[in-house]
Design a protein. Structure first.
Length: 239
């Protein structure tokens, strides 16, 4: 699997998605931290990317390189419409499409976690079976393993995501979206843990419908109070 940087081209909007507004140092540091956290957790490898919205029509995406190797390399500011700037990976169109359709989204992770990847090849997505899995009671599946390098495919994927927090791409990882980038990183970690549990349960028991959380249990566990995001962010960025 590869994802090649985009090149400038004509845009239906008449401009490139490159922005003339630079990201702040704090915004760059946040995206760099998130990139390293995702790599540390084994949720990405040579491929993957993350971004944070920095204005209603702009976002900052991490440098186009293996995320675990990102130190002080600056990310690129991209508009939510228009062609991608030079050097930005083609699948960043997926970020563009989600930000356009979801004004509530402030951070996105494009991940390649192993347990989720394996399940997705059988068109299986994690079900809410334990506390961390409760966040994925409305998990979507994009049933196409091809890279999302064109605007039409990216838009269709974002439409399929709808108002959910994640969409699994068959044989191709997932997009995870949240109101902040630290929360998106947290949910990315939760998603792979839910996939680990799903795979273990299916290997041990015959009926995949057994052992699911009830709607009341999901509602009780699907919360972010009590420092849920802050503790996971610290765990992934400080330990």
């Amino acid at each position: 699997m590869t994802d090649e940087p985009a090149r400038h081209g004509a845009s239906s909007t008449g401009h490139s998605a490159a922005s003339d507004a630079a990201a702040s140092e704090d915004e760059q540091v946040l995206v760099q931290q998130a990139a390293r956290a995702l790599a540390k957790a084994g949720l990405v490898h040579a491929y993957g990317h993350c971004s944070a919205r920095i204005a209603p029509d702009r976002f900052l995406v991490c440098a186009a390189m293996p995320m675990g190797l990102i130190a002080s390399e600056p990310g690129a500011v991209v508009r939510t419409t228009g062609t991608l700037p030079d050097g930005v990976l083609g699948e960043v169109r997926g970020h563009q499409a989600i930000y356009r359709l979801r004004p509530d989204v402030g951070g996105i992770c494009r991940i390649m976690p192993p347990a989720l990847m394996a399940l997705s090849t059988r068109r299986i997505v994690p079900r809410p079976r334990h506390g961390i899995g409760a966040y994925f009671d409305d998990l979507r599946l994009w049933d196409d393993p091809r890279l999302l390098r064109d605007e039409a495919s990216a838009d269709a994927m974002a439409q399929s995501l709808g108002d959910a927090c994640a969409i699994v791409l068959r044989g191709n990882g997932a997009f995870v979206a949240a109101d902040t980038l630290p929360r998106a990183v947290t949910l990315a970690w939760f998603l792979e843990d839910a996939a680990r549990v799903e795979a273990s349960v299916r290997a041990a028991f015959d009926d995949p419908e057994e052992g699911l959380l009830t709607p009341d249990e999901i509602s009780a566990r699907k919360v972010f109070a009590g420092g849920v995001v802050e503790r996971m962010w610290d765990f992934l960025t400080r330990s």
